[in-house]
Design a protein around this ligand. Sequence first.
Ligand code: ZN
Length: 201
Amino acid sequence: MTGDVGAYRDEPDAPRFTRVALHLEESGLRLAFIDPRKFGRIRLAESAAAHQKAKKIGPDALAITAAELYQKLARRKTLLKPLLLDQGITAGLGNWIVDEVLFQAKIHPERLGMSLTEKEGNALHAAVQLVLTTAINQEANYRHFPASFLIHAREWDTSATPTSHDAHTFCPRHPKVKIEKTYMGGRATYTCPKCQPAPGL
Ligand SMILES: [Zn+2]
């Protein structure tokens, strides 16, 4: 039950618990500040660059180069998922995006940063680009994402339809392998046990 930022176009699509909606003139999109428990705060910043610097936020995930990303991850003896969520390493990767990126790159979230090969680093970077550009092109409407995406197997917290996603709980690449749900640092984490071999196996 943490806060999030969402995008939508039509009023009925406003995410649940949208507390503030910014209407973007040029694109017609609306940016939702989603905060179920009202613990969040909104502040005005001088500029994006000044905010990034003050908060020690890393380069935008779409702008970071493969070499830069690999270099930041490979020197850390920390699990990959929290590293990718760390906004100080790269900004803009949220929980479902990190799961999708790791699935697309076929890397287990509990691998250590330092265990990454350069080839895997490149695959990870390509997956970040793929997932973010897909999300941007589809305006984050996951129902329109390609069938090859893990996101269709996630149970979304839409209490109105609690079990309607049963048909999608299998890996898009392995129709007989069920997607596993675990928790890492309290965050729901989805993996395919076949695509993403657990470390030490
Ligand atoms: Zn799979």
